[in-house]
Design a protein around this ligand. Sequence first.
Ligand code: SF4
Ligand code: SF4
Length: 374
Amino acid sequence: MAAAGKLPVRKGLEGAEGAILTCTQCGYCKESCPFFNELGWDTNTARGRVLLSYALLHGLVPADEKTVEAIYGCTLCRKCENDCSSKLRILDILEAVRRDLAASGKLLPPHAEVLRRMEEGGNIFADRTPTTEMHGERERPAPVAYFAGCVSSFSARRPAQATRRLLGRMGVDFTMFDELCCGYPAHLLGAGFEKVARGNIERLRRLGVKTLVLSCDGCFRMFKEVYPESLKDGLEVRHLAEVIDQNIDRLPEPKVKETVTLHDSCDLGRHMGMYDLPRRVLSRFANIEEMPAAKERALCCGSGGGARIAFGGTSDAIALRRLDMAERVSPLLVTTCPACAHSMEVVARKGKKRVRVCTLAQYIEETIRRNEAG
Ligand code: SF4
Ligand code: SF4
């Protein structure tokens, strides 16, 4: 191959070269990949992206639109890493190549636009309305704060409304605050998130918050795993499901339980290994019928890693595949993550699927209210 000119920034790829060279090109990861299953090209597999990363590191391919699309046409769902025959840390490679592309100014226009909105407006929608106003709440000093996240603040607020009601029922004394985006979209695209992270932590500190509760799996992972400990300074980060689990006796069990199916989000599932918690919580309110692909083997909803922003058609097709599977098991699909729920809900509506999608918080809160109404 002829030299194509090296990427200006290759720091991430240089660090990942050892992992890249461990790939045996066996192809076991092919059918793991939701993008490959829709598009069918080898560049749409982890193997293809690992090979492209090597080629980018050594200037063997140009960082042109096709290459950048191949790298970012990935939901970062981690299914490939789960299935890799060589136990390769594929996500380290995929994140490294994204960091170098972003630092070299090689982003796809829709991704660059999202970063611009975050920079200018503090969230992915560039909406300057205070998030407290969106939820009809106000900031006040409190030991616990609830962080709803951008999707549940500006796009689909019902999951946040259900969460606030549930926290109230459990007697949690919480405040909301004027949130900035948690920074996860920027982190996934390989860009910096420090400005919004510092802004969020400063706001929490001003209110004396010691515990932060999150109902979005991506925001939870961001605060829990990605924000550096030095920044969090002892802040306790808890998923709503953990809070419900701890206070489960405060929420009445329904007399009759419906059968539902559960979608594991990639963030809470493969990334954080939390499979039992949502099942334990949900099983108090419903009977769970598992889909053929559940837990580590769960199919991605298609929206992560910036995929929905730049590859809407493929993202929809991936969601449809998950909905097809859910529909064969139950007319009710519950997931912990409002972002997964929102994108699958939109696709279910468009595709006229006979399955209702809702979040764990919505399902529990509605079930309790329905039972109280008799
Ligand atoms: S399964 Fe692992 S080793 Fe095999 S091609 Fe995929 S990334 Fe490479
Ligand atoms: S993280 Fe998911 S979408 Fe990306 S290469 Fe791996 S399997 Fe494919």
